[in-house]
Design a protein around this ligand. Structure first.
Ligand SMILES: [Zn+2]
Length: 139
């Protein structure tokens, strides 16, 4: 399993002309690092650009990079699974001087039902509501 490449090898690289990941032939190497490549699709020769890490051979990378990390969507999904559970759980009204523990289900006047997901610090709890996570004061 050697990573060593040599001129003439075929590799995947990003072609600026094709605007895609295409097969390239290595033209030049500098200190075992690929320097110049030639696109096998448009025959354009250019500096080597690596392909994104997640790419596995055979799959074409879509034009728009899919951004999976959306914290709001994550919290929304978390809420949806939680909602079913907490609707049937015993809830207690939220009070600023109340004592709450992790997984307690509370009722907030504005935010509605929520579950304590973390103790955020002294006198602070993190609660997941339908609107997302909120930091609330507690006793
Ligand atoms: Zn090309």
């Amino acid at each position: 399993m050697s990573e060593t490449k040599s001129a003439g090898d075929i590799i995947d690289a990003r072609c600026t002309k094709c605007k895609d990941i295409t097969n390239h032939t290595i033209v030049a190497l500098v200190e075992a690092k690929i320097e110049r490549v030639k696109c096998n699709v448009c025959s354009g020769e250019h500096k080597y650009r690596g392909v994104p890490r997640q790419k596995s051979t055979g799959e074409t990378v879509k034009g728009t990079t899919s951004r999976r990390k959306d914290p709001v969507a994550d919290e929304r999904a978390e809420w949806e699974t939680l909602q079913i559970k907490i609707e049937n759980a015993d809830s207690q009204p939220y009070a600023m001087d109340g004592i709450f523990r992790r997984k307690d289900v509370i009722r907030h006047k504005i935010f509605g039902l929520g579950q304590v997901v973390a103790i955020a610090g002294p006198k602070k709890i993190e609660v997941l509501f339908q609107d997302g996570k909120k930091l609330l004061r507690c006793g």
